[in-house]
Unconditional design. Structure first.
Length: 603
């Protein structure tokens, strides 16, 4: 955000904001500007006399934000500043043209610093109009901004999120502000239906309804998280959200749901390097005979979830703190010391997060202990199809590998247990060879079966074999960790593919699938005392239904999805005209609490 607008508006001249300097208040300064999320709060519609009131509102919002989950656990990751910009008039513009405009709100245009106005079509959509002034002000007063929040001086409800977050001073103002920051910072969508133009893929909005592939699949086993349609018809029915009335992105009296929290956390952690300072510096080789203590200064969350892993020449060292002491006599020359830092926050279940945001610090070490040429593997054994990284240590040049590659490290994907060779050929010295073996573990023989087909109301029985751990997933957010799982009172909506991940004692996994079929006919036993005839079968343009039972009878005809097509009430005998496509249909006959169901073919 910073660079593009700063570049554009630094070129411009004659902007009012450049003509004078405005007071910048430091509300919270938790660290250097280049390694914190810098939030700049601006005010619009505050006159010179009202600027102290703006400063108080800015501080109030900063306090609210820093106490709001999940931001409260990462307070130290934020700096907050406020810039006092006076407007000529108090309040903001209200065009009064939107169909949902507030009837008791005065209509009129206000001469304000940023031209903030209620919406012309959607009244509550409060937006800044003078973006040239805003970005010029930021370029001259605080070019290091990451997030901009504008407080609009009116008590009427409104706000917006986009390039910047805007909200009014309504009684729910602070919650509005966090909601709008959800858009601006978290890149979240509204979870109420705002209209077709807002239908777009986002962390909390998707057209995908497949539980196996939806982007929040890892949260489907959490309370109140599912796959909910935005509406029952039109474009709203095409889009899905993870929560239904239990998220701040839908209602202000809720907190961020786990899916929105994860998206926010991943954005937040992407801004900050968790290692603020290292000792000693990493620029050159560190002689361990003189310096053998290594230390990290970390930017820790309030509840510290940062985990440090130390390794020497690829081998994991004991200890997980932010400091390490090496014994110089155990460190070979040209050794490499690595500290890896990863935030293991429970707020995120994002797949691949460890690879994306593990921060590493590397020291090259100097020692009087001779270097040993050897190969270090990222793992000693791997499941078939998995990757292993081989790293050659103790060679001053790039070694040659038996895979045909040249380099310090290679990544291999063996299909069977394999030995790999690396050859070190430094100029003017004898060649050296090192060898490492990677053991390949077979995948489990996973199977998945079910006892179907079923009728509606029966119990689905799923069975898996091949491992020691199981994870089932299926329609309607079904999940189970049992090898043999049951689903009572089955409905047609639970038909479909059920997938199980089978894991064996070695930690290797394979998947298997089984298709469950459920007919919509209820699984009630046909009453032997009921005599009913449905003919002809197959039928063409009509069916005749006849019974010996006295009194009123009903017959219903369904398609295979369970949708009711025909209903007829009769006594003794009835003919039903058919105008249906060829196929298999289901019927249900009832009479005074007795029932018979079956199938009929239409040609």
């Amino acid at each position: 955000m910073k660079q593009l607008y700063i570049l554009i508006f630094c070129i411009c001249i004659g902007i009012t904001a450049k003509a004078q300097h405005y007071q910048v208040d430091t509300l919270y300064k938790n660290g250097p500007l280049d390694n914190r999320i810098n939030v700049v709060i601006l005010g619009d519609g505050f006159t010179q006399e009202q600027l102290p009131a703006f400063a108080a509102e800015a501080k109030k919002f900063a306090d609210f934000f820093l106490a709001y989950s999940p931001y409260e656990n990462y307070r130290r990751y934020f700096n907050f500043f406020a810039i006092r910009t006076p407007s000529k008039e108090s309040g903001i513009t209200n065009p009064g043209t939107a169909p949902d405009a507030y009837k008791d709100q005065p209509i009129g245009k206000k001469d304000t610093f940023f031209g903030t106005s209620f919406g012309t079509s959607i009244h509550r959509l409060v937006e800044v109009k003078k973006f040239d002034v805003l970005y010029s002000l930021l370029a001259t007063h605080f070019p290091e901004y990451d997030l901009v929040v504008v407080l609009a001086n009116t008590d009427y409800y409104g706000g917006s999120g986009g390039q910047i977050a805007v909200h009014t001073l309504h009684k729910d103002a602070n919650a509005i502000g966090v909601h709008e920051i959800g858009h601006t910072f978290g890149r979240l969508s509204d979870e109420y239906w705002a209209g077709s133009i807002y239908g777009t893929e986002a962390a909390n909005m998707t057209a995908n309804s497949d539980a196996a592939t939806i982007r929040w699949k890892n949260w489907l086993n959490s309370p109140q998280i599912g796959i909910y349609k935005h509406g029952l018809d039109g474009d709203a029915a095409k889009w899905h959200k993870p929560a239904n009335g239990t998220c701040l992105m839908e209602y202000l009296n809720q907190e961020l749901c786990p899916v929105c929290t994860e998206a926010t956390i991943e954005r937040l952690l992407g801004y900050i390097k968790p290692v603020e300072k290292v000792e000693p510096e990493t620029g050159g080789r560190v002689d361990v005979s003189g310096v053998n203590q290594f230390k990290l200064t970390l930017v820790k969350p309030e509840t510290n979830t940062l985990k440090v892993q130390w390794s020497l020449n690829g081998e994991i060292l004991p200890g997980s703190g932010d400091a390490l002491v090496l014994k110089s006599e155990e460190v070979p020359d040209s050794a490499v010391l690595v500290a890896s830092v990863f935030d293991e926050t429970q707020f995120s279940r994002l797949e691949g997060a460890r690879a994306q945001r593990t921060h590493t610090v590397t020291w090259s070490l100097k020692s009087s202990v001779p270097a040993e040429f050897r190969i270090v593997t990222s793992v000693d054994s791997v499941c078939a199809g998995g990757e292993v990284t081989l790293t050659a240590l103790g060679c001053p040049v790039a070694p040659n590998w038996s895979t045909g590659e040249t380099g310090k490290s290679v990544t291999v994907q063996p299909t069977q247990t394999t030995s790999y060779l690396a050859t070190c050929m430094p100029q003017g010295a004898a060649a050296k060879t090192a060898q490492a073996q990677v053991k390949v573990l077979p995948l489990p023989q996973a199977t998945a079966t079910n006892g179907g087909p079923y009728l509606a109301g029966q119990t689905i029985e799923l069975a898996a074999t091949g491992g020691t751990k199981y994870l089932w997933r299926g329609p309607l957010f079904f999940n189970s960790t049992q090898a043999n799982a049951s689903i009572p009172e089955a409905s047609p909506s639970q038909s479909g593919l059920y997938e199980v991940v089978v894991t064996d004692v070695n930690g290797c996994s394979a998947t298997a699938q089984t298709e469950v079929k459920i007919d919509p006919v209820l699984s009630v036993p046909n009453d032997p005392d009921v005599t009913v005839t449905v003919s002809p079968n197959p039928a063409r343009d009509y069916i005749s239904v006849q019974t010996t039972l006295p009194g009123k009878s009903n017959i219903k005809l369904y398609d295979q999805s369970g949708r009711e097509l025909l209903l007829k009430s009769f006594e003794k005998k009835a003919d039903m005209k058919l105008a249906l496509p060829a196929g298999i249909y289901l019927y249900r006959f009832t009479n005074a609490g007795r029932e018979v169901s079956g199938k009929i073919a239409i040609q």
